[in-house]
Design a protein around this ligand. Structure first.
Ligand SMILES: [Ca+2]
Length: 220
């Protein structure tokens, strides 16, 4: 067995370091390559959403051509404790100087996203006000166990929205949407021993590793 591998294994086994948590992408159609399947209007706006073949990076984007509008996923996730990160590229297409294209995460009373919907960030998501250029939006929120116990945080769903429509041809375009969930770090790996005995054992094991390396060095 490789000496370095043995050393790293020993250190990981005996130290109380936490194992880093891995992020998981939740969305199934985040880049709109050929369609906007899986995305729908939330029923509150008067207009529609559509697929724009020639827009986006790479081409294929979700577009809001009409007045005040929101779009969400048909899929809903039962909320878990951890970090949720929502990202999107957004393009504010307007002949004026202001149009709000924003992203948000909504929480629901029920795990199937029924009941009251409340924006997680009450003040609203990041919005963009630079016309006719692609911007990157990002929203990160932490869900704690006490949030889940509050009884009003069972389902979670992303929301793209277009507001403050002022010009005739205003549109919000979205591409490369991403919703990732990162669970809390795993609890520290317990050391097999504790206190001075554990320290002595670590020193002894590292000594054995060092002696082996020394002998190999002398032998080779
Ligand atoms: Ca695209």
């Amino acid at each position: 067995m490789n000496i370095r591998l043995i050393t790293v294994t020993l250190l990981l086994t005996l130290s109380p370091w936490a194992v880093p948590a891995l992020s998981q992408e939740l969305l199934t159609n985040p880049t709109f390559d050929t369609d906007i399947d899986g995305w729908t209007t939330d029923g509150t706006g008067p207009g529609t959403i559509s697929w724009e073949a020639g827009q986006g990076q790479p081409p294929g984007a979700l577009s809001f051509p009409d007045f005040d509008q929101q779009a969400t996923t048909q899929e809903c996730w039962q909320t878990q404790a951890g970090n949720y990160t929502l990202r999107s590229d957004a393009y504010m297409q307007t002949s004026g100087d202001f149009l709000e294209c924003s992203i948000n995460l909504f929480r629901y009373q029920e795990p199937n996203c029924s009941g009251n919907a409340t924006p997680i960030v009450v003040a609203g998501a990041p919005s963009i006000s630079i016309p006719n250029s692609w911007q990157s939006l990002e929203l990160i929120t932490e869900v704690t166990p006490s949030d889940l116990n509050s009884g009003n945080f069972s389902g979670i769903r992303p929301m793209l929205s277009k507001q403050s429509d002022l010009q005739a041809n205003d549109a919000c375009l979205y591409d490369n949407v991403s919703l990732t969930f990162t669970p809390p770090p795993a609890p520290p790996v317990p050391a097999p021993t504790s206190g001075l005995f554990g320290l002595a054992l670590l020193c002894a094991l590292l000594g054995v590793v060092g002696l082996t390396a020394l002998r190999r060095g002398q032998g080779g």
